[in-house]
Design a protein around this ligand. Structure first.
Ligand SMILES: Cc1ncc(COP(=O)(O)O)c(C=O)c1O
Length: 461
């Protein structure tokens, strides 16, 4: 599992690098995983060992790990204009053109793009704009945000508050007051025995409405959702979910915020996840796939009614008081434009549908007779395999056994990178995967799964 605990990089890293989402004790015991090179859909460690990264890093490297065109786009732009900002009406041609392209791609007709540098900032920006929107209409008490259990929206204080994951709250005293969570639309875990999908949807919408009435509709600003929950365990909503939810939101003048940080740019088999799940948002946050994560650029695309609110709010001559030094970065914008051009040249949406169907079929084949697989779910190129103690009842493993993490570790030893979210193992590979990659993922998963099953049977984990 170790890259090389003796290596100089590891020693330096252990001594000086405080890692995100990492157990400090395990890190000092086992050392870091050191990646030194990318080769398309694969990464290579210090010892020359190759891994197929079936998580595209952090659901982001859609064009793989060493796309030369993106490198050249960045280099050319660095030589021309290596930085400029977007405060006080400043812009640059790359950012201006990208803002237009994003409005067109997202279908937010009459809207505009606001640039930021991360998914968390994009989501925080949507919250501030939701507050501004209601305040500009004489409804300043509409401030609460409804998110969902198992959601992931980022790590800054507001984004973390919107997460529906205990690990994002525990040591920080989050969520902040005013950030509340409704049920997760999980067909496998939250839908009741004997409940039809349609009954489940109407229960979810009913719960949401009761929450709004309990809190007071005049206190609620917005509802935020990922079209398909990613980090919470890859959870596609039941059919008709967003239609039912949006009816409730419209009734109480509540905005719908679409977190497309993972689902955007082809991941779900449409340009944006909202098309896959039938969501009509007021704002969309974009990150990750926008540059295939070759540059920390992110954005919010807003609808005309939000724009009007910004204008109305500042009609006395004040300025919109929000923004970031490195937003609308010319190099980031050049990399994003090139990334999108490549998606278009590859005709990425039909490719994702086709190769995603193959990956799904392969995962189904490998997992179908497993005594520890309870559920395979997902869409496009986002799949989750949930490991359970008893597939016939869905009884989960005791969390302390960390079966999902164990499978991910065994897979890693076998040259396959996957992610364990509790006991759901996630697959979210670069969008450019081909048939050979699917075969490789399938073969390596099969090996890891069989080893995990043996360890479970032998009660060694
Ligand atoms: C759905 C979703 N939203 C927001 C974020 C936060 O993005 P960032 O890490 O760029 O702040 C993530 C990160 O994984 C995410 O998965």
């Amino acid at each position: 599992m170790l890259s090389n605990t003796q290596s100089e990089t590891n020693a330096t890293d252990l001594a000086y690098h405080l890692h995100s989402q990492t157990n400090p004790q395990a890190l000092s015991r086992e050392g870091a995983y050191i990646v030194v090179k990318g080769d398309g859909t694969h990464v290579i460690d210090e010892n020359g060992k190759r891994y197929i990264d079936a998580m595209a890093g952090l659901w982001c490297a859609s064009l793989g790990f060493n796309n030369q065109r993106l490198g050249r786009a960045a280099a050319t732009q660095y030589e021309e204009l290596g930085y400029y900002h977007s405060f006080y009406g400043r812009t640059n041609p790359k950012a201006a053109n990208l803002s237009k392209k994003l409005v067109e791609l997202t279908g937010m007709a009459g809207g505009k793009t606001f640039f930021v540098t991360s998914g968390s900032e994009a989501n925080e920006t949507m919250v501030k704009l939701a507050w501004l929107y209601h305040a500009s209409r004489g409804k300043p008490t509409k401030r609460k945000i409804i998110a969902r259990d198992r959601a992931f929206h980022g790590s800054t204080i507001v984004a973390g508050s919107m997460c529906g994951l205990e690990m994002m709250h525990r040591e920080f005293g989050l969520p902040l007051p005013g950030f509340i969570h409704t049920l997760c639309p999980n067909n496998y875990r939250v839908r009741l025995p004997g409940e039809s999908e349609a009954e489940f949807v109407s229960r979810l919408a009913g719960e949401l409405e009761r929450m709004i009435l309990r809190e007071g509709p005049d206190t609620i600003a917005a509802f935020i959702a990922e079209p398909v929950i990613a980090g919470g365990g890859i959870i596609p909503p039941p059919a008709g979910y967003f239609e039912a939810v949006q009816k409730v939101l419209a009734k109480y003048d509540i905005l719908c915020l679409d977190d497309e940080v993972v689902c955007g740019f082809g991941r779900t088999g449409n340009w944006f996840g909202r098309e896959t799940v039938g969501m009509t948002p007021d704002m969309m946050s974009l990150a990750k796939g926008i540059t295939s994560s070759y540059f920390p650029l992110a954005a919010v695309v807003v609808s005309p009614k939000i724009l009007e609110a910004v204008e109305r709010y500042n009609e006395s001559g004040t300025s919109f008081g929000h923004g970031f030094t490195n937003a609308a970065h010319p190099v980031g914008a050049a990399v994003a434009a090139e990334t999108i051009a490549i998606y278009e040249e590859l005709d990425i949406v039909p490719h994702v549908r086709k190769i995603g169907a193959r990956l799904h079929q392969k995962l189904a084949e490998v997992t179908k007779d497993s005594p520890i697989v309870g559920n395979l779910r997902g869409v496009g190129l986002m799949y989750g395999v949930e490991l359970v103690e008893d597939p016939s009842t869905g009884t989960p493993f005791a969390p302390a056994r960390q079966i999902g993490a164990r499978l991910a570790a065994i897979a890693y030893e076998n040259g396959l990178v996957v992610r364990a979210m509790r006991d759901t193992v996630g697959f979210c590979p670069p969008l450019i995967i081909d048939d050979n990659d699917v075969e490789e993922i399938g073969a390596k998963l099969q090996k890891a799964l069989r080893e995990t099953e043996k360890a479970v049977q032998a009660k060694s984990i």
